[in-house]
Design a protein around this ligand. Structure first.
Ligand code: MG
Length: 202
């Protein structure tokens, strides 16, 4: 299983980090070991002073595919949830300045929360509200219609480079409102008002 993540897929988030709005998706990978195990807390890694949450809609691939056309992309995923793409922002900033890959900042152990999966037929993936709460205060709130690249476009794009396999996850990018997490924070994710995860920070 691999996790494919899209960066800068909401214009307002690209702007808050002073990044240009991309003309094609920005993609990177996280390994399977990035997933926070069920019922476990998120441990802030000791190599970062500034870990940020990034709430993202996640889809689960249910068919093997390569070079998938956009019009057929909807047949390649069956479940949807909310996740968090944890980012060691200070480490990422150093990588960016030197033009180096982001993996140390993005793909470390525990850098991905994956919520409880919901059948995609119960939701409208192109018009889906989601929000993230930290200590019961909403910090990010958006709708998937604000994405620069839709889920189907993302699947078509990433499958040009990577064969998609059953169980792979795609993180579809975060809206504005990212911020630092602290020890003892409680993070809750909601997809269309349904709570899909609660994770404590240690
Ligand atoms: Mg992200």
């Amino acid at each position: 299983m691999k996790i494919i993540c899209v960066g800068r897929n909401y214009a307002d988030h690209a702007k808050e980090l002073n990044n240009e709005v991309p003309k094609e998706p920005v993609i990177f990978l996280k390994p399977e070991t990035a997933v926070v195990p069920k019922k476990m807390p998120f441990f802030i890694p000791d190599f970062s002073e500034e870990v940020h949450y990034e709430a993202e809609v996640v889809v689960r691939i249910n068919r093997l595919g390569k070079h998938i056309q956009e019009e057929f992309a909807h047949k390649y995923y069956n479940q949807v949830t909310l996740g968090v793409d944890f980012t060691a922002r200070d480490v990422q900033q150093k990588c960016k300045e030197k033009g180096l890959p982001w993996e140390k900042a993005k793909a470390f152990d525990g850098s991905a929360i994956v919520g409880k999966m919901i059948d995609k037929n119960e939701l409208d993936i192109n018009d889906l509200n989601f929000h993230l709460e930290v200590n019961e205060k909403t910090v990010q709130s958006a709708n998937t219609s604000e994405m620069l690249f839709s889920v189907d476009k993302i699947i078509a794009y990433v499958s040009k480079y990577f064969t998609l396999k059953i169980g792979d996850l795609i993180f579809t990018g975060t809206p504005a409102g990212v911020g630092k997490i602290y020890k003892n924070d409680s993070i809750k994710g909601f997809l269309s008002e349904r709570e899909v995860f609660t994770v404590n920070v240690k």
